[in-house]
Ligand binder design. Sequence first.
Ligand code: TRP
Length: 328
Amino acid sequence: MPEKKIILSGMRPTGKLHLGHWAGALENWVALQNDGGYSNFHLVADYHALTTNLDSSHICDYTIDMLLDWLAAGIDPEHSPIFRQSQIKEHTELHLVFSMLITTARLERNPTLKEQVRDLNLGPISYGYLGYPVLQAADILLYKGEVVPVGEDQLSHIEITREIARDFNRQYGVVFPEPAAKLTKFSRLPGLDGKKMSKSLDNAILLSESPEDVRTKMKKAVTDPQKIRKGDPGRPDICLVFTYHQKFNQSEEQEIRKGCESGQLGCVDCKMRAAEKINQFLEPFRERRKHYEQRPDEVRKILDEGESKARAAAQKTMKEVHEAMKIG
Ligand code: TRP
């Protein structure tokens, strides 16, 4: 049997996830898991959460909320161990080794960092935040991840991971693969105001949203400003609701396009049709979420087992690292 390719991906624990997380990455995690040709590992990047917020009091609750969404979305913990970065100490060890292999100038050039510093209005940043991609490289390479399904904002981090893998292999001998990012088609799903979907912008539809809330939120969605009333022709290609149809209602996409362009389909009807499709899509998520919500012990056990499996893999790699470096 051919060896399975290793998938490694993770998210910072930011609480409940939304459709943007699904469309940007989670969808690929589930698809690759179900493909059969891969072996998945998924981590909660709880140390990474500290880079932009030192307050750690919500990390545990946010972790559970996020795990419930992963499970609701179809991550099968039997096949795909899920674990917290903070509980596998090899992440911090490998991070230290890697931190010697990259210059501060290279990290300062990282476009994702620059964007965040600007968007979040951060002042001078910490040493740990500058090293964010170094810890991420450790996350990926500790499991010898080959494929990293992420959103497009992570591409610059994966590039740094590849450079670090190459530099380590050149310096000490080949231990690591050079991982490749894998993007989804809708890697940046728009939120209800047309900007990137994000909880902090209050423009998100959560994976755990109730059917009524999906409808209420959808009513507020911004559409083509030139289409003021039913009968006015609209421009689907600039309308975020049409993007939702493209994503969640492919079978009616052409009909919706025609209806919008001709003016026959009004925005309210169009939004409600999108809301229905999103609700249908989320229905199985809701059921699985309910199952796990009612069984916190089961979730705890999934995490314990995931962490045992991850720890075994991490220890094995760290041993190879020490051997390659001829220390230990
Ligand atoms: N940086 C990722 C994010 O913000 C989270 C993350 C941490 C990650 N470690 C990772 C993603 C390793 C992929 C692989 O979403």
